[in-house]
Design a protein around this ligand. Sequence first.
Ligand code: ZN
Length: 146
Amino acid sequence: MPAAAADGSDPSPDPALCPCGSGAVLEVCCRPILVGSREAETAEELMRSRFTAFALRDPEHLLASWDPGYRPTRRELSASLDDDLAWRRLAILDTEAGGPGDRTGVVEFVAIARGSQGKMRMHERSRFRRIAEHPGWVYIDGRMLD
Ligand SMILES: [Zn+2]
């Protein structure tokens, strides 16, 4: 029988699929962006790769893709990755600019995590900009919406 959990919990995600929910395999979706072999073409793509980095607890990509003027220290970031949250799902609600020909972009999303306190929902509208050097698109900051 398929694991349509009788206890109502989410079935375990297929580990080969990218955590960002694109439906593509991690190795061709966000992994090349995480390891720096490909740059995100759009702000949304960078947003997806950052969600995947949170899900995989990859501080390197998170720091590298953070606007240097807003980037937390490695210690601050590690503290936020050390919690018990398992990031499960990402839904992109809205985007403004952020395309291959744009200099700035906005991405609004909802991210769902599970932790010892139960389900956590984060709704944020994030600002991005493109810089001349690697990695191109970077995350500036975000405003929590609820
Ligand atoms: Zn992905």
